[in-house]
Write a protein that binds this ligand. Structure first.
Ligand SMILES: Nc1ncnc2c1ncn2[C@@H]1O[C@H](COP(=O)(O)OP(=O)(O)OP(=O)(O)O)[C@@H](O)[C@H]1O
Ligand SMILES: [Mg+2]
Length: 225
């Protein structure tokens, strides 16, 4: 589902941040991306839907990620950003959750029905007509997730999804993710959450993947618990 070979990326101000990353992920697999702050996890993930394009090759679902394929790729890859609040931009939560569906040509009634269902499963029904800017941080995060999950992407990328969530919210998110059978790539500093939601982990260090294996083994090896 995901194939990355020899990927390097340099930010103008930071120099080389990814240094020849090779990565692959099977369809339906759920993988944790672990590593210290600044090790390149977010930068790596942003290549999977073409927000960043570095040196090397990236393909998703057999499609090479490049300018000509961005639209196709973004239909496959759902991304909840590390700062998910930037992802909400319409006057109401329900409109935000419907936005991607409408963009894909889903009829308004159908989009509304699916968005309402999704909000219900995220315990956000009461917020449907509220302005997303006036939600709490955790509610914003759940609203952003709802907008991505409602699209039923083949690959779901979550960058620090537990940030701002309370413990019951984290447990609920883990349970919900387990019910989804798409491929998942989860960037997290929460080892319990990684253990609950993924079977395999890769560990980033200074722009390289320095280890991969069963999530528990990687967490123990790097004393990441
Ligand atoms: N837009 C940018 N411009 C310049 N440098 C950047 C930019 N974004 C990130 N960097 C730098 O690139 C390096 C990798 O950052 P990245 O955000 O990928 O790390 P991360 O592993 O996701 O960290 P965290 O766990 O803190 O989210 C860091 O040194 C960071 O300062
Ligand atoms: Mg990050």
């Amino acid at each position: 589902m995901i194939e990355v070979s020899d990927l390097s990326y340099e930010y103008a101000e930071s120099g080389l941040v990814l240094r020849g990353v090779d990565y692959s992920q099977r369809a339906g697999e759920s993988v944790a991306l672990l590593g210290a702050n600044g090790s390149g996890k977010t930068t790596f993930a942003l290549h999977l839907n073409g927000i960043l394009q570095g040196q090397g090759q990236v393909s998703v679902g057999g499609i090479r990620v490049e300018n000509a394929t961005l639209e196709q790729v973004r239909q496959k890859v759902g991304f909840v950003f590390q700062s998910a609040e930037n992802q909400l931009f319409l006057p109401t939560v329900i409109e935000d959750v419907m936005f991607g569906l409408l963009n894909q040509g889903v009829a308004v009634d159908e989009a509304k029905r699916r968005a309402e269902e999704m909000l219900e499963s995220m315990h956000l029904s009461a917020y449907a007509d509220r302005n997303p800017f006036h939600l709490s941080a955790g509610e914003k995060r759940r609203a952003a997730l709802a907008g991505v999950l409602v699209m039923q992407p083949e690959v779901l990328i979550l960058d620090e999804p537990t940030t701002f969530l309370d413990p019951p919210g984290i447990r609920e998110l883990a349970a919900m993710l387990k019910r989804q059978d798409m491929s998942k790539l989860i960037i997290t500093h929460d080892s319990q959450f990684a253990l609950a939601t993924t079977t395999r982990a890769v560990f980033f260090e200074k722009g390289r993947i320095v280890a991969e294996g069963p999530t528990r083994e990687i967490i123990e090896r790097f004393d990441w618990l």
